[in-house]
Design a protein around this ligand. Structure first.
Ligand code: BGC
Length: 451
């Protein structure tokens, strides 16, 4: 039999629900912000900056060549080599390198020297140390791009805060580090966001793909916009362009107060980028476990859980990992195996009622995240107004949470115009293959072939 969730817990979790009215309000807000971001006059005061990516062509599956790719911005730093063989065929090798905590909050030279070092090591491993290869750099932070190979960091997000990079051209920082070593030959063909990589990677397989979404450590989306809607664009004539919305910053001007809770405020207070990335902090994996922990602690202190007895670990920030949420919600209904395990890991003792309550709290937090993302995606789909659109998605929360996909499909369907059809497609390694594809498309335009 399914153990019942306490009425009081249900009531106290009500504030985590995104009602239909709140969904509509959120979609209106996001649309206003998007339009501000795209407009010359309003962009300076927009929260959602709608950065121009300079990527106008989607891949056609025929791209060929050997490309290197770097992926910085999630939990891991990766170096990849991607061999595109045409006809949607490819081979890929990659290696994950740690970015030590002190490099994430250290100085620019140390970080970029480390990146160049890993790149050189990887090239040796792959026996391409002496080759001159093209490289796509997935750099998943807000970038003001001045071209495909020039991008100034606007601000750090997630766990990064490296001195001396904000306002600088990240491609130049990487080139300088490579030059300092003097041993490898690299053509940096493109710098891109992980959302863009995801979109490109899915578009390579599916021509309907027009939106790229990440729900991982951070959250963000990009989409294909008609050039006449992008007042900020001043380059060569073209029909369309991928726009990196950087939607994580929605709410930085206080506009999300109508749905924020005291737990969201606490998360923001203890973050390294206070007052920034408010929407992202309500959604993404970097914060989801911590949100659950704060709620569990509050409810325990109020005597609603674990007989009122907390533990040292429950009091310790970051101890409740975001993947616990997915594990707990993967238990079959009425069975609390994973839930018990997590509770024990945290040094707590629980009965079935506690388990039912803990699971319910996880569901409220993850469902809220899925609904917030759905509001953003539904808004983009309605704005683009195509008959049918595929959304390429990547990120650990979307990938590993057992219900996230279904929650999104249901909620998006409710708010997208009925005549539009859509589907969500899991991206196969957007940051790697996507970076190679952007580099390949860029090379195609310049009439160069790599590898
Ligand atoms: C960054 C975005 C990125 C997203 C997902 C956010 O914190 O600002 O550029 O796309 O995380 O990785």
């Amino acid at each position: 039999m399914k153990t019942q969730v306490s009425e009081e817990i249900k009531q106290r979790c009500e504030e985590l629900k995104i009602s239909d009215d709140a969904m509509v309000e959120l979609m209106d807000l996001f649309l206003r912000e998007l339009n501000k971001g795209l407009s010359k006059k309003d962009n300076p005061t927009a929260d959602v900056k709608c950065f121009i990516t300079y990527i106008k062509d989607l891949p056609n599956g025929e791209e060929r060549g050997k490309f290197l790719a770097l992926d910085l911005g999630g939990t891991n730093f990766r170096v990849l080599i991607v061999h595109l063989k045409g006809d949607k065929d490819f081979e890929m090798e990659s290696k994950i390198y740690a970015v030590p905590q002190d490099l994430m909050v250290g100085g620019a030279e140390q970080l970029f020297d480390h990146i160049a070092d890993c790149l050189a090591n990887f090239m040796k491993d792959q026996n391409v140390y002496d080759e001159r290869l093209s490289l796509g750099f997935t750099f998943s932070f807000p970038l003001q791009q001045l071209g495909l190979t020039k991008g100034l960091l606007v601000k750090w997000t997630k766990g990064f805060n490296v001195a001396g990079v904000t306002g600088e051209d990240v491609v130049k920082l990487l080139k300088d580090a490579i030059k300092r070593r003097g041993d490898i030959q690299i053509d940096i063909c493109a710098i891109l966001n992980d959302t863009t990589g995801t979109l490109m990677s899915c578009a390579w397989k599916n021509h309907n793909c027009r939106i790229g979404l990440i729900v991982g450590t951070g959250s963000n989306a990009c989409y294909v916009e008609k050039i006449e809607n992008i007042e900020m664009y001043e380059g060569l004539e073209t029909n369309q362009m991928i726009i990196n919305t950087e939607w994580g910053a929605l709410g930085d001007n206080g506009s999300l107060e109508f749905i924020r809770t005291s737990y969201d405020r606490a998360i923001d207070e203890q973050s390294i980028n206070r007052g920034k990335q408010i929407y992202e902090k309500m959604i993404s994996g970097m914060y989801m476990g911590e949100l659950v922990r704060l709620i569990l602690l509050r409810f325990t202190k109020d005597g609603l859980l674990f007989n009122g007895m907390d533990s040292e670990l429950l009091r310790k920030s970051q101890e409740f990992q975001t993947n616990y949420v997915s594990q707990i919600e993967s238990d079959e209904i009425g069975n609390y195996k994973n839930c018990m395990e997590v509770i024990h890991k945290l040094g707590l003792s629980a009965n079935f009622k506690d388990c039912a309550n803990v699971r319910y709290i996880c569901e409220c937090v993850s469902t809220r995240s899925a609904h917030l993302v759905s509001a953003g995606i539904a808004c983009l789909i309605n704005k683009m107004n195509e008959q049918s659109v595929t959304i390429g998605v990547d990120g650990s929360v979307y990938r590993y949470h057992p219900k996230y996909h279904d929650l999104m499909v249901k909620r998006i369907r409710q708010f997208v115009r009925p005549e539009i059809s859509f589907d969500l497609m899991l991206s196969e390694d957007g940051s790697g293959r996507g970076a190679a594809l952007v580099a390949a498309v860029a090379c195609r335009e310049e009439g160069r072939i790599s590898g």
